[in-house]
Design a protein around this ligand. Structure first.
Ligand SMILES: [Zn+2]
Length: 400
């Protein structure tokens, strides 16, 4: 790659090229008119750039129709590069291998014990990544990058995992560095709520939207925020910690040290405790959801109350950020309308009407795959500005 002077003709061209590539990467495929709209570039500029990318083998162009008119759809070439997603949850490890044309080529999930050490966890991730690459038929040097999801906050400066209730022995380690050393690949890390948001944005219930919030309700409660098509993390990486909104100053003590946080009303531990007295044995959250769907009144009540509390948090979020869509993910989302309807009631009650007017509140469509698909999308979203990332792999002009 040559060194361009900022502001020069060729650096401007490169910047435009990257804008086009990023728009196509994130959408999967776009018509040239859609690319122009998404990037703000003129139709002529887009047309020239697409021709150049097509000649280099980076994109493929196919005839399609858009609104009844003939159009040409642009997507990344299937062999423009391979991306890998790794998701550590509180009871599973999930890995996916995909290409830049949005095809998932191999995917697998295996159960993982909560008290597995970081060492064991990464060894298993390494083995699963290697096995799935073989299954997909690609060598490791075809991999452009690995997206890694962890169920806790990542310190932006050190890359270290902050306190997590879910993988207690992992606090303080830098998961991105660990996995990069083992695999010899570029690794991008983010928390599970942000990856869920990216997954639903690129592959699921948020497709085509620029502004959304993904609320993950499981052991903890977190939100991934997408603003103008990008994840908003804040300077410390803690944006979206909706679980620690105070609902009751005299409420139960939260793991963050405060009292009465949203999480202490809707986190799975709290919900399951509520049912101890009325049910003969300890339930899991998915059992509670199933019993509620079968008509168990206690389980229904617990889920409805949780929905009302979540809705209070969502209303605050709407007043601050005015997202177009709120997508519910995590185990509780499986309850469907039993939890969504009370969330909508609370939002109608507590959000200012203008913030709620254009809002839709929907369940995620990816279920437990949202994070690992989000990890694939994270690589597509964060790949280097000029398309050159890690280990000398060039995404742009790879043929040249
Ligand atoms: Zn808290």
């Amino acid at each position: 790659m040559s060194m361009d002077t900022p502001g020069s003709q060729s650096s401007l061209h490169r910047a435009n090229l990257e804008r086009v590539l990023r728009a196509v990467r994130m959408a999967g495929s776009l018509t040239q008119a859609e690319i122009a709209r998404a990037t703000g570039l003129s139709a002529a500029t887009v047309s020239n750039i697409v021709r150049e990318l097509k000649e280099g083998g980076t994109v493929v162009v196919a005839d399609t129709s858009s609104g009844g008119r003939r159009a040409r759809s642009v997507s990344l070439s299937g062999d423009a590069g391979i991306v890998v997603g790794v998701d550590f949850g509180h009871s599973h490890l999930r890995v996916a291998v995909g290409n830049l044309a949005h095809r998932v080529l191999a995917e697998e999930s295996e159960p993982m014990n909560v008290d597995v050490s970081a060492e064991q966890g990464f060894a298993r991730a390494e083995a699963l990544v290697e096995r799935l690459l073989v299954q997909a038929g690609f060598r490791a040097d075809k991999v452009i990058g690995v997206g890694l999801g962890v169920p806790g906050p990542i310190d932006v400066e050190t890359g270290a995992l902050g306190s997590t209730a879910i993988l207690p022995g992992w606090t303080g380690i830098a998961p991105g560095r660990e996995l990069a050393q083992r695999l010899g690949m570029e690794v991008y890390v983010d928390n599970d709520a942000n990856l869920g948001a990216l997954g639903e944005l690129v592959w699921g219930a948020g497709r085509g939207l620029g502004d959304l919030a993904y609320i993950k309700v499981a052991s903890g409660v977190g939100a991934g925020l997408v603003i103008n098509g990008q994840i908003y993390r804040g300077p410390g990486g803690t944006a979206g910690e909706i679980g620690h909104i105070t609902l009751d100053e005299a409420g139960p003590v939260c793991r963050c040290g405060n009292r009465g946080c949203l999480e202490t009303f809707v986190g799975s531990r709290y919900l399951l405790n509520l049912l101890n007295a009325s049910h003969e044995r300890e339930l899991t959250l998915s059992e509670v959801v199933r019993l509620a769907q079968q008509g168990d009144l206690g389980c229904r009540r617990v889920i409805a109350d949780a929905g009302r509390q979540i809705g209070t948090g969502v209303a605050t979020l709407c007043n601050l950020l005015n997202p177009r869509r709120v997508i519910l993910g995590g185990d509780l989302a499986e309850a469907g309308e039993l939890v969504l309807s009370p969330i909508r009631d609370s939002v109608a009650r507590y959000a200012i009407p203008s913030a709620a007017r254009q809002l839709s509140i929907v369940p995620g469509t990816l279920g437990g795959r949202a994070e690992v698909l989000g990890a694939l999308a994270l690589v597509m979203s964060e790949m280097g500005e000029t398309g050159v990332i890690g280990h000398g792999t060039a995404a742009v002009g790879a043929r040249g």
